[in-house]
Design a protein around this ligand. Sequence first.
Ligand SMILES: *Cc1c(COP(=O)(O)O)cnc(C)c1O
Length: 424
Amino acid sequence: MSYLKKRDKAVNWHPYTQMKTAEDAIPIMKGKGVYLFDDEGKRYIDAVSSWWVTLHGHSHPYIAERIFEQLNTLEQVIFAGFTHEPAIELSERLLQLLPKNQKKSFYSDNGSTAVEVALKMCIQYAYNNGKEKGKILAFKNAYHGDTFGAMSVSGRSAWTQPFAEMLFEVVFIDTPNSENIESLQLKINNWADDIICFIYEPLVQGAAGMLIYKPDDLNELMKICRNKNILMIQDEVFTGFGRTGKLFAADYLSEMPDIMCFSKGLTGGTLPMGITTCSNEIFNSFLSDNQYKALFHGHSFTANPLACTAALASMDLLLEKKTQENIHLISERHSVFLDIIKDITYIENPRQIGTIIAFDIITKEGTSYFNNIGKTLYKEFLARGIIIRPLGNIIYIVPPYCITANELEYIYQNILEVLDAFQN
Ligand SMILES: *Cc1c(COP(=O)(O)O)cnc(C)c1O
């Protein structure tokens, strides 16, 4: 075992990891563009954008330079009673890109906290308005994060099981399609008087396995909620900043949410930060001469100037013509690959939206075997210098936007080879 692996094992507890049986964590020494380099000099293509956060590649020189400049100017300041230019400019620029009802921006530290803030905004909105509503509406397979509020509104699974007793009550519905929309409407109408808000991942349920559903169907569902005065929280933590081929999933929709959540790609994947934006209707419900109607939420590092600067630099890069063209190129390449794999007999549900592509491997051995497939394939891809983390029997690619056609081709080719070998 390498020296770093040994030291890591002695002191570090890794996320979602059974530390008894897990392989040793691979020490990464350096990142450059789509590549990560380990302690033995082996190079990996980061085909999952390091958990879906890296937009423009690792150690991007422009983002690094901007952060360095900011670091030498103002690294951190309390955001209650004080403000700074990076936070002002970032809110101004972000809000301008969002549905036009989004008017205010609240900073926190990650996707889960962005969701917590959104939930608290809705719950206190009802409270401030003297409404006695108690429930939240969410999708069955949802993933909104790992803190308690975010966990509560996420689909119940093995991950939430140990905490099940401590999670608050949520009304779960299926994602909409042309067949079930009427039954969803009935269910929502039944519960409507008691429901404060609806939280959803728009168009793609990421952690559930890149499950994709249609903008038209979401629009219908949003209309139903709007008619019943159910507030809408659109969790764009994963879908935001170009992932779906458009800047935001919101750009596929004609209906507007009341609140939106952002993180992951927000800083281009360089520093942790979350943002929750909202409409003036939400914001104004907190305005009062009564101190107790203020939003009681904050974090030590709220609107950290370095993270805001990273987000601004990442936004510069994202809006460049070159980046937009490359997002388009990734989408096109993905759809060509989709065409190739859709005829493979042991694959089902090939699906794609923008830079996200996924498919399921059919296995005869049942669910427990799925996990083994995932692990086996993960190791095989690593050996071939590609980081792909299957979700059970689901394989997906979510690459940084700087990836080239050749690098994509290398990933596709290896997927085909690995699957073929696995099948034989
Ligand atoms: C990852 C994710 C979160 C949680 O974000 P963290 O930064 O990991 O806490 C919330 N919502 C969605 C849709 C996500 O994909």
